[in-house]
Design a protein around this ligand. Structure first.
Ligand SMILES: [Zn+2]
Length: 259
């Protein structure tokens, strides 16, 4: 799953390429929207809300979610695509530029006025203009029995934390991923740290939670099960954790630094 900073960067790049341009051609390659034609409409902008993307075109919004494999790419006119054509779900042609959404986990066209109906359930957006740390904490503790790792990933509590950040936050705050969120110390600090991590990473290509951008040094625990803890040397443990069966995510933790 992409983190909120990836989605934010995608929106920035799409916005820079398309905003203010009139679409010359649109091609929706999903059955439900195959007949939708937004050519002749102006792209007002591209925004991210949590992990959701909205390309605002005319009075409509192309709503997409990257889910597992999705990406948006922009190409200059005539440039060769970097992904196979059969993976394209939507193609937007504007003067001099082509935007292509590949393998999007969700793609729909809705009136812009209805955007709130698809993201209204989201908690405060860590990278949004309306970020509200107090509200995020309030939502996190509303269900105190939930493991803190699961609560941090739940986009209804706060929007933008994915698997990488959830693991790193638990480590940096000394909490086992399984600790009930109601027993997590000082969630305001955890939420503040989440916001600073996403802000620090949103403009750069290499994501790092350690401050070190060199390959293999960008995380404390994420992707490092079986390797020594960077802080105490203890072998990091790994497992899976989720609210429901089928929703488990990979967790990694230090049995000594986290309790
Ligand atoms: Zn440790």
């Amino acid at each position: 799953m992409p983190e909120g900073d990836t989605v934010w960067k995608t929106a920035q790049l799409q916005h820079a390429a398309l905003a203010g341009k009139v679409l010359e051609k649109t091609d929706f390659r999903v059955p439900k929207y195959a007949t939708v034609d937004l050519s002749g409409e102006t792209v007002h902008g591209v925004v991210a809300r949590g992990k959701h993307l909205f390309h605002r075109v005319g009075s409509f919004s192309i709503h997409s979610h990257l889910k597992m494999e999705g990406v948006w790419r922009t190409y200059r006119a005539g440039e060769r695509w970097t992904k196979p054509e059969f993976k394209a779900r939507v193609i937007l042609d504007a003067p001099g530029v082509q935007a292509v959404g590949f393998e999007l986990g969700l793609l729909e066209v809705i009136p812009t006025a209805d955007e709130h109906t698809v993201v209204g359930h989201l908690g405060p957006d860590l990278l949004g203009p309306d970020w509200d740390a107090v509200e995020a904490v309030r939502r996190l503790v509303a269900d105190p029995e939930v493991p803190v790792f699961v609560a941090l990933l739940d986009q209804r509590n706060l929007a933008g934390v994915g698997n990488v950040y959830a693991n790193e936050l638990c480590f940096l705050r000394g909490m086992l991923p399984t600790r009930p969120v109601g027993e997590a110390p000082d969630l305001a600090r955890t939420v503040d740290l989440a916001e600073r991590m996403l802000q620090a990473n949103k403009q750069r290509f290499t994501r790092s939670t350690t401050g070190d951008l060199r390959p293999g040094r960008t995380s404390w625990v994420y992707g490092r099960a079986g390797k020594p803890c960077r802080r105490c040397g203890t072998t990091l443990l790994g497992g899976e954790l989720g609210r429901l069966e089928g929703q488990e995510r990979v967790v990694t933790w230090c049995p000594r630094c986290q309790s």
